[in-house]
Design a protein around this ligand. Sequence first.
Ligand code: E4P
Length: 217
Amino acid sequence: MQFFLDTANLEAIKKYAAWGMVDGVTTNPSLIAKEGVSLEKRIKEIAEVVNGSISSEVIATDLDGMLKEARRYSKWHKNVYVKVPMTAEGLQAVQILKKEGIRTNMTLAFSSAQALLAAKSGATLVSPFIGRLDDIGEDGMNVVGEIVQIYRNYGYKTKVLVASVRHPRHVVEAALIGADICTMPPEILEKLIHHPLTDKGITMFQNDWEKVKKLQK
Ligand code: E4P
């Protein structure tokens, strides 16, 4: 499973890219607003750090506006994937952009039916938002399972990018289901590495080593 970072924070991207764990980055208007930066500048900065897919989201909701923004974004860097919302206009945009060779990430998907439409339109990626589904008492991971099964049934090429990840267990469950990609906030990636028994084990080994240290050459 590929790991994407769900952030526009350059320092975090640099830190975790150095771990060798960042295959791509997803941004959205809220994440860009949090950083208070220009979208174009930040996408270009990220592209210098990460050699992988970088999602940049359109703001327009009409077809022409989406296409204009998508074409502009795609000129910024060869790794830009244009995030397009799951709407009728978005589905049309995805089909047109595919013909132009522009890769897309169909975002704000909350059902397997929507993901089926994204695949039929030829989206490169589809992003089911599982945390937001869990937040309203639904089962986000169940939707991911349905999408993976549907895509397998028909051999759709669209990749499943699990988004809106809230905790490490979401990452593990996405991997168990066989999702292609999981995008996660930096703090979730950080949490994946830690286990209290690992820390306890290191301390115990160090303490025991102290007892025989003087016997070593
Ligand atoms: C995905 O690409 C989105 O940026 C993101 O996962 C949304 O997550 P949130 O529900 O935590 O805002």
